[in-house]
Ligand binder design. Structure first.
Ligand SMILES: Cc1cc2nc3c(=O)[nH]c(=O)nc-3n(C[C@H](O)[C@H](O)[C@H](O)COP(=O)(O)O)c2cc1C
Length: 205
């Protein structure tokens, strides 16, 4: 790979479910894997981030990209951010969208919007594009318990080719810290994306 070049971009959307740290850690891991990361953070996700973490992330896309670049130790241009209604962003069209998108964490609201094709904001539109173009779409929902509505939407999305990867870490790796639990889920996402990592050993290693 040429000096300064990044691997193919991955879209990462954080929405307002609990578990903001999964999404932030995923961005870090993708940066470490030299991928370009295109980020969208919903308004509710900003509230969850400030409730659950120490991160201070501005809403304005250029300032958000700067803050994430510093936080993740990314190289200039490695992280790009898009606003809620930036319909001119590349993720809004099949001709510009990356081959993979992860919604992590995924609120039940966004889950429902994606399952029904609402496309009322750029996150929903980008997911709709991923589905129509038969690209990789991974949703990481967190809710408990799940209603029939949530389960129906998960089933619809699975049938459409999306992957539902619940934010439900296992315990068989004997986690010692919260970071171990977060990495369990992020490792699963990276496995789905086919990206090498050392977050935790694979089964049988
Ligand atoms: C601190 C906090 C935690 C929340 N946790 C969840 C959750 O775990 N799952 C969920 O589906 N919604 C959760 N919500 C509610 C969503 O944020 C809300 O439904 C919002 O409309 C989702 O919008 P978005 O999908 O555009 O991000 C939470 C909200 C807050 C403020």
């Amino acid at each position: 790979m040429a000096e300064g070049a990044f691997g193919s971009p991955v879209t990462v959307a954080l929405t307002g479910a609990s578990g903001a740290q999964y999404g932030l850690r995923l961005i870090e891991a993708l940066v470490a894997a030299n991928r370009e990361v295109w980020v969208m953070i919903s308004k509710a996700a900003h509230l969850v981030i400030s409730t659950e973490t120490e991160a201070k992330l501005p809403a304005q896309p250029e300032r958000l990209a700067e803050a994430l670049t510093e936080r993740c130790g990314a190289r200039p241009g490695q992280i790009r951010c898009f606003a809620r209604e930036d319909w001119m962003a590349p993720v809004a069209s099949g001709s510009g969208a990356p081959s993979a998108m992860v919604i992590c964490p995924c609120s039940t609201g966004t889950l429902s919007a994606v399952a029904t094709g609402a496309s009322n904001n750029l996150i929903e539109r980008a997911a709709d594009v991923a589905l129509k173009e038969r690209r990789q779409l991974i949703l990481v929902p967190r809710e408990a318990p799940l209603s029939e509505i949530h389960l129906e939407h998960m089933l619809s999305l699975t049938r459409l080719g999306a992957v539902i990867l619940p934010a439900a870490p296992g315990f068989y790796h004997q986690p010692q810290t919260v970071e171990d639990l977060i990495d369990f889920i992020v490792a699963r996402i990276l496995n789905q994306l086919g990206i090498e990592h050392r977050l935790m050993p694979r089964w049988g290693e």
